[in-house]
Design a protein around this ligand. Sequence first.
Ligand SMILES: [Zn+2]
Length: 114
Amino acid sequence: MNRDAVDEFRQRLQQARQELLRTVARTDEELATLEAHQPGAPGEDVGTEVVSAILSRLEGQEKHALDEIDAAQARLAAGTYGACEDCRQAIPLTRLRAVPTARSCVACQRKHET
Ligand SMILES: [Zn+2]
């Protein structure tokens, strides 16, 4: 995956994360803290406690969606983003644009589902 694509998906994932968090923030202050919070930032993060309190409100599918976004961001940071976890082939960008948290290509996904 080239640099432009990495930047593109970093932004897409960040945006997906913000949208998800926006649904659980109850005040503008909480929202501001969430938006200032950078996951994985080194050192003490003053927003961490507030952020984890807000994140604890996420349930079920939303929690799962956030976990998937976190995992995708970790893969992006590790340089493994966009490679199918099963066959190791590059996942087409069109699929990643539709599902930025996709872990596998369509063919492998189908195998899992059947
Ligand atoms: Zn595959």
